[in-house]
Design a protein around this ligand. Structure first.
Ligand SMILES: [Fe+2]
Ligand SMILES: [Fe+2]
Length: 165
């Protein structure tokens, strides 16, 4: 069953990303939006990977995708640490942000390099949240996600180079 978009959160994925990226210290409801976006990341990477036959590029994109779902689980754990509430990442079919308009999944080297920059910006965001959240376990989980966002950026740069080879 599709899950509801958290109270007060934007209705579309693009707006939800903009909303989340502007936060210095997320509330629990805002962290739920992050759970949905990270979980959707796996499906977005899967769709992007359908744009190429290059097996190495596909493997890099799917590796990032699996980790986005792991990030969703870590944010869910952070919610539990902060509020005691259970909020589990939904499967793609139940994710409300995947039912609306999605960012273009067109696969080009330039597109992957742009995405790499968003991934690196994700590390900056998680580090800011870790600093401000006031919960040691949540901060640790955010920093682990942030470290992997940098690795996602590196994989995308690698994938872009493979597309151009
Ligand atoms: Fe992520
Ligand atoms: Fe990522």
């Amino acid at each position: 069953m599709p899950v509801d978009i958290p109270a007060g959160a934007p209705a579309t994925m693009g707006e939800a990303f903009a909303h989340i990226n502007a936060l210095d210290k997320p509330t629990v409801d805002q962290l739920k939006v992050m759970v949905l976006l990270e979980a959707a990341g796996q499906e977005l990477y899967r769709q992007t990977a359908t744009g190429t036959d290059n097996a190495e590029v596909i493997a890099l994109l799917e590796h990032n995708g699996r980790e986005e779902m792991a990030h969703a689980h870590r944010v869910a754990k952070a919610i539990r640490a902060i509020s005691g509430e259970d909020y589990l990442p939904p499967a793609a079919a139940d994710n409300p942000y995947l039912a609306g308009p999605l960012p273009s999944a067109k696969l080009t080297a330039a597109g992957l390099r742009g995405l790499a920059q968003s991934e690196v910006a994700g590390e900056v965001l998680y580090e800011k949240w870790a600093t401000n959240i006031g919960n040691e376990e949540a901060a640790k989980l955010f920093r682990q996600n942030g470290k992997e966002e940098v690795e996602h950026g590196d994989r995308l740069i690698e994938a872009a180079a493979l597309l151009e080879a």
